[in-house]
Design a protein. Sequence first.
Length: 211
Amino acid sequence: MNWRRGLLLAGIHLAVALSLLAWEVSGSWRHIKSGQLVPLSTNMRLVAWQEGDLTVTFNPCADGGFVDGEMSPQERVSGMANLPVALLTGWHTPCTTQGYLGSMVETRLHRTRKSEIVIVAVLSALVWLEWFLVGGFPLIQPRQWWLEPGAFITVCTLIGTALTVVPYVAQVTVASASLAFLAWFWWFGLLVWKSVRASRRLVLRKQTATV
């Protein structure tokens, strides 16, 4: 167990995930009330009639008003960097159709600021645990540190996070996010290989002991 490495990667990814999740939530925070949101139909209102164009605004976070659009750079980077947690929970994007975790929380708390805080807190805890284990138990120890899947995913995540704050360049994060996504499959492959090899050695030891 490499405690220092586990704590380092867990701290890095927790800071990144929290900042990107907060960024995502902040854009919709004003639409999320302290109490339960009212239905969409009561929030729609006519704003202006200009040059023959009808402009209508509505609360995108109201019940029934969710529209799943293109994945944002922040969601892409944070989700791909934490693929196991994303697959387990469905991750989180405010004001869209929720994943497993969001649906469970909002069944009890509805779509409120409290539910947003709870979801982000649970995701943050899972991200910390995920990277503490990945960092603390490296599956391989290559000569080049960046050839270890956990380190490679971390580098891709930091590059992608930096790109999200650069105007007109944020969409380039698809490259770093894709590399992180593929590196997770590399990690899963190593985990399966290590598990099979360990199981085989255990069986051989038992057979040798019984002879």
